[in-house]
Structure formats: C-alpha cells, structure tokens
Ligand binder design. Structure first.
Ligand SMILES: NC(=O)C1=CN([C@@H]2O[C@H](COP(=O)(O)OP(=O)(O)OC[C@H]3O[C@@H](n4cnc5c(N)ncnc54)[C@H](OP(=O)(O)O)[C@@H]3O)[C@@H](O)[C@H]2O)C=CC1
Ligand SMILES: O=C(O)CCC(=O)C(=O)O
Length: 450
C-alpha cells in the first residue's frame, strides 16, 4: 500500500495537480489493485504503475471554422493516446463545452482498462473538443467536423488510432468526420466507428452501449437470484446510452420511469414514452421540457430546482438505477436517497458517473454495483465488431451482432466473478474490473519490453 500512496503523491506533485477528475480515476484504480500487486511483484519491479499513469501521447490542436454568418471561431481539440499495449488506440470523441485536457485524460485512462476487460485487442484513447453542438445548423456541424479532422488526421489510422462516438458525437458527426478523412487521404480506412450503415457502420452499434448495460445488469442479477422483470428502474440522461437502455428495459419487461438532460428531469410513473422521447431528443434535438408539455401526467423538474444539486431522478424510488448522462452526476446525497428508497442495484452507463463517496455508501449498504468499465463496455466491443466487418467486408445481421454483444457482456461478468473469487473480493466488481484490466495491460507491456 505504501508503494501506491507514494505513486499517488508523485502523480499529484508532477502532473495531476490541476487534473482533479483524472486524479479521481487514477486513485480509484491504484487503491483497488493492492491484492494484484501482492500476488505479482513483477508489476512493481517493472515500474508498471508509473508507466501506466502517463499517456503515450497527448495531442492538442487548434480548430478554426466559420459559422453561417461568416464569423470565424476557434476551438481547442485534443486526442489523448494513452496506452496501446493491447492493440491500436481506441476510444470515442466528445464535443461539449466542458471538454478540457483533464476530462479527456480521465476518459482515456478509463478506456484503457475498459477495453482490456472486453478481452479484445484494443488500446485506450479519447478525444474531443470544447465545441457546443447545441443550436448549430447542420452546415456548421459539418464545417466544424471537417476542421476538427483536418487538424489531426495524420495522427490516426486504422491500425494506429480509431475514433468513435461519445457525448455530442453521433452518426451525423461521425459521417462528416469520416468524409473529411477520406477527402484528405483518399482512403476508405476504418478510422472511426459508429458510422452510419451506408458508410460501413455495423448494425447494432447504435444500441450496443445501452443494450449491453442491461444485459450485464440482468446477468449480474440472475446470478444473485434476482431479475429486472417487472421492476421499476430509474435512468438519467436521454442520449444514445439512456435511450437504448430504456428500450432494452421495456423489451425484458422492466418499467423505466425517469430520464434527464442538461436542463432537467422527467418522472413518468407509468413508464417513459419511448417514441416521444426519441422524437424529442433524437429528431428535434430539443429539451425534455417538451416531453412534459406533450405528456401531461409526467412530472418535469428543472435543473435549477434540484435539491442541493441532487438530480430529481435519484429521488424516485426504484429497484435499479442507471446513471447514463455524464461523470460525477450521482453523489453522496443522491446515493443516500437511493439507499433510503431501498435500491437493489446501481449500474453505470456513463463513464464514472458515481462519485467515490457514493460508491463507498453503496458498498457499505450491500447495494450491488456494476462499474462503468464493465457495464458500458458493450459499445466499444461492438465498435471492434464494426472494424472487423470493415476489414473482412463480411457484414453481420443485427441478430448476430446482438448475440455477440450478449456473449461479450456475459463473458465480462464471468471474468469479473472469477477475479472476485481469486482475490476474495466478495463481489466487489469495482476492484475486480480494475484488477482484471490492469493485469491484462501490464502483462502486455512487460512482454513488449521497455
Ligand atoms: N455512446 C457510447 O457508445 C458510449 C457512451 N458512454 C458514456 O455514456 C454517457 C452518455 O453518452 P451518450 O449517451 O453517448 O451521449 P449523448 O450526447 O447521446 O447524450 C448525453 C446525455 O447526457 C446529458 N448530459 C450531458 N452532459 C450533462 C451534464 N453536464 N449534466 C446533465 N446531463 C448531461 C445530455 O443532455 P442534453 O441533451 O441536454 O445535452 C444527454 O441527455 C457519457 O458518459 C459517455 O462517455 C460510454 C460508453 C459508450
Ligand atoms: O466505440 C467507441 O470507440 C467509443 C466508446 C467509448 O468512447 C466509451 O466506451 O466510452
């Protein structure tokens, strides 16, 4: 433990002082891998901790673009190519005004271990820009995507670094990013996933993260003698992950009753109207306020009215809670509410949506907890299926992709359970995910020498 404390002090002193979110993610990983280090002292001899916590490469670039009124804007673009011990860098791209080097470094760091847990051969990366897609015309989005790609296309490649979607980057943006890469390089290489089907995207990729989250949760619960069937579920977010989690919950007979966006939250006690939700968030790209205007029985609470900053979503009694919006959205106060309301399981659809204090409360109260690195890994796993379909030119049916996704999520659960047994972790899947991911990456690093 002393070694880990020293590594954290070194990290805090050197490059992490202003990187509070990255430091949170790093601390969680390092504080849970002690049993692994005791069993494998070679990781300490090889100085893997210091080597794993510094990105291989962090690219910061300027993006200049012109809006519809011919006004020129400048944004910051980034790509953190963190670790490629297991395969080419792989991870999404986020367009959101909050994007900064700290957030992307945390996301890229998490991605290393998540990707390792899938058992597939991909390294970890993340990128993005402090660009706000809200309120922009389609032409402005296209121009921004083209400028983003032009600024760093020579740092990526189908065997080097493959981009994907994330907050603010869906099929539309991926199409424009891909088109610009093709224009600049004259190649149709698979340098990005979550492509529209017509451009070589995979059936089932759009649904994969949300569906995978529910497959993982259902496998976990069944192993504990429980089920989601007939149970009330709360979900935050109303983007790609949240919408497809809600869709799968309905398919398996559960009752999803909430969703949220950056402006507020909905509680619809009869169950979220999925068609209306899709129409508002995916087609109109509008606020959830319109959901409540069209569905009179639903309650809408504006973000400004949340009590002590706690999302209204977590005050609704439920059996299962799925945070699917963004990092650190479920804190101590919300965890207390969920526990008081007798929640049985929390599974993360977003990346690191639960604060360390909230996770500790869930652990103390024996609430089952599915960490993001495992529970939301279905998205990146199906991205790899997209890459393999692109290179083989052999495209799979939706059913085949979905079956592969179910198998991957169930294998992830079995591997975590085995890790829990091996290290006597008492179903602490947070520690198991960190140990399993760290071990796979560390072994690959050692094999490749210094
Ligand atoms: N897409 C994927 O395949 C994967 C995504 N993830 C993670 O899942 C999460 C959601 O991503 P995804 O659904 O793809 O993104 P989307 O852009 O499709 O949706 C994001 C949702 O979260 C809401 N949101 C964003 N920022 C905030 C905030 N600061 N406070 C409250 N709500 C917020 C958005 O609200 P609004 O509509 O108002 O903007 C929107 O409802 C992210 O953490 C992402 O990293 C993880 C694995 C894979
Ligand atoms: O498919 C991808 O590469 C994006 C996945 C991702 O960014 C994530 O898992 O958080």
């Amino acid at each position: 433990m002393e070694y880990i404390e020293q590594a954290l002090i070194r990290a805090e002193k050197s490059n992490c002082k202003s990187e509070t979110i990255f430091f949170q993610a790093l601390k969680e990983v390092l504080e849970t891998i002690q049993p692994l280090l005791e069993k494998h002292p070679e990781y300490l001899h090889q100085n893997i901790i210091d080597r794993i916590m510094v990105p291989n490469r962090a690219i910061h670039f300027k993006i200049e673009w012109m809006d519809d009124d011919n006004i020129i804007h400048v944004n910051n673009g980034y790509r953190i190519q963190f670790n490629n011990a297991l395969g080419p860098y792989k991870g999404g791209v986020r367009f959101h005004p909050s994007v900064n080097p700290d957030i992307l470094k945390f996301l890229a760091f998490e991605q290393i271990f998540k990707n390792a847990i899938t058992g597939l051969h991909i390294g970890g990366a993340k990128g993005g820009a402090d660009f706000d897609p809200k309120g922009k015309s389609d032409k402005e989005i296209m121009k921004f995507c083209q400028a983003f790609m032009s600024a760093f296309y020579n740092s990526i490649g189908a065997d080097i670094d493959i981009l994907g979607g994330d907050i603010g980057v869906g099929a539309r943006e991926v199409g424009y990013l891909f088109g610009q890469y093709k224009q600049l390089t004259n190649s149709y290489d698979s340098i990005i996933t979550s492509k529209p089907l017509a451009l070589g995207g995979s059936l089932g990729r759009t649904e994969a993260t949300g569906y995978g989250l529910i497959y993982f949760t259902q496998t976990f619960l069944e192993d504990m003698g429980e089920t989601l069937k007939g149970k009330i579920c709360t979900i935050s977010g109303s983007g790609n992950v949240a919408i497809h989690a809600i869709e799968k919950l309905y398919e398996i007979g559960a009752i999803p009753v909430t969703c949220s966006d950056s402006k507020g939250a909905i509680h619809d006690s009869n169950g979220i109207d999925l068609e209306l939700l899709k129409k508002i968030k995916l087609e109109r790209r509008a606020s959830l306020e319109y959901y409540a205007l069209e569905r009179k029985k639903a309650t809408y609470v504006k973000r400004e009215s949340y009590t002590e900053g706690r999302s209204f979503v977590w005050s609704i009694p439920c059996f299962a809670a799925f945070p699917c919006a963004t990092q650190n959205e479920l804190g101590e106060g919300s965890a207390k509410l969920l526990i008081e309301n007798d929640v049985k399981i929390v599974a993360e659809g977003a990346n690191m949506p639960t604060t360390p204090e909230a996770i500790a409360l869930f652990e103390e109260n024996n609430i089952l907890f599915g960490p993001a690195k495992a529970a939301n890994a279905g998205g990146v796993a199906v991205s790899v299926l997209e890459m393999s379909q692109n290179s083989s030119l052999n495209y799979l049916s939706f059913e085949k992709v979905d079956q592969r996704l179910q198998d991957i999520m169930s294998n992830i659960y079995s591997d975590l359970k085995q890790t829990c047994d091996e290290y006597k972790l008492d179903m602490d899947l947070v520690s198991a995910a960190n140990i399993l991911g760290f071990q796979r990456v560390a072994d690959a690093m050692i094999m490749q020498g210094v």
